[in-house]
Design a protein around this ligand. Structure first.
Ligand SMILES: NC(=O)C1=CN([C@@H]2O[C@H](COP(=O)(O)OP(=O)(O)OC[C@H]3O[C@@H](n4cnc5c(N)ncnc54)[C@H](OP(=O)(O)O)[C@@H]3O)[C@@H](O)[C@H]2O)C=CC1
Ligand SMILES: O=C(O)[C@@H]1CCC=N1
Length: 280
């Protein structure tokens, strides 16, 4: 978080779904000025909930939300981003906003081109823990973004957690694969540990508490200091004990390869999303 958050300029979120809600929640929690936040969202229920929960200005169409806003946060699905940008191109050329896109895969060059060219674009990849201020965001700025634009983008995303600048845009798909999608991997692990505990005879409530508190405690240990994950793992693993039996089972079953292949699949999907949305 940063105490610069309240001084953010007027921001228009184009798309008010899951991720926009997480980011808006982060900005509001960090003390950002809700009067400067507008959201364009076609789904009535989502729009109404955003207004009720955060008191932000809501619109059912992108153009009125974006008009006059210095920062546009593009928070629609990659598959509709081109259409959204092309509809806003005239306004983008007239207003020259700082555009922050959180769409997976879609490149800053595509976005700048769809908006008519010459637009300052920051590509950001946040994740859903942003809602709790516990997110992490990879950021890439194209050449048209000046120091002030980088500061605004960083300040906006810092309200949702930590930020990491990435110099090579091609690596943004790897960021997406590790941290953008990453919470889902941990949630899958949580589901699996709870189910395994139940299969071993634990009551569902007990299995849930034991598994989830273990993940929380382990995450806190991982971030408490610089002790490597491998060392923390070694400290749990008594020679010839229970953990060693489990770790050897994981290694035999190819756990490391399974995770590496999943991360690679997510990265490749990001590349595909970019290509698929630039045809014709
Ligand atoms: N969810 C996540 O964990 C993360 C998502 N992202 C990225 O964030 C983006 C949004 O994802 P997410 O929030 O999950 O998706 P959602 O589908 O929850 O939100 C997108 C919203 O935008 C709406 N929308 C569609 N067209 C327009 C339009 N023309 N103007 C304004 N709003 C429109 C959609 O309505 P409708 O449903 O009617 O189409 C939908 O409510 C994606 O590009 C994704 O890659 C990035 C990091 C993490
Ligand atoms: O699944 C997706 O495509 C988006 C991007 C990262 C997290 N959710």
């Amino acid at each position: 978080m940063t105490d610069a958050t309240p001084s953010l300029p007027a921001i228009a979120f184009i798309g008010g779904g899951n991720m926009a809600r997480s980011l808006i929640g982060g900005v509001v929690k960090a003390g950002g000025d809700v009067a400067s936040i507008r959201v364009a969202e076609p789904v009535d229920a989502l729009r109404d909930a955003l207004h009720a929960d955060f008191n932000v200005q809501v619109f059912d169409d992108a153009a009125p939300a974006a008009t006059g806003a210095e920062v546009w946060v593009l928070a629609v699905k990659p598959q509709v981003l081109r259409e959204v940008c092309e509809a806003l191109a005239g306004l983008a050329q007239a207003q020259r906003p700082l555009v922050v896109s959180i769409a997976a895969g879609i490149t800053s060059a595509q976005i700048a081109r769809w908006l008519g060219g010459g637009i300052a674009v920051v590509r950001a990849m946040p994740n859903t823990p942003a809602l709790l201020g516990a997110g992490v965001t990879g950021l890439y700025a194209n050449a048209a973004v000046d120091a002030g634009g980088r500061d605004i983008a960083r300040t906006l995303l810092e309200s949702a957690g930590e930020t990491v600048w990435i110099d090579d845009e091609a690596l943004m798909d790897a960021v997406t694969a590790v941290s953008g999608s990453g919470p889902a991997y941990v949630f899958l692990l949580a589901e699996t540990m709870v189910d395994a505990g139940i299969a071993e005879g634990l009551a569902p409530d007990a299995a849930r508490t034991l598994a989830l508190q273990t993940i929380l405690g382990a995450a806190r240990m991982l971030t408490a200091d610089d002790t490597p994950a491998a060392e923390l793992r070694r400290r749990v693993t008594s020679p010839n004990g229970t953990t060693q039996a489990a770790i050897e089972s994981f290694e035999r079953d190819g756990f490391r390869d399974i995770v590496a292949r999943a991360v690679q699949a997510a990265r490749v999907r990001g590349v595909e999303l970019s290509a698929a949305n630039d045809e014709a």
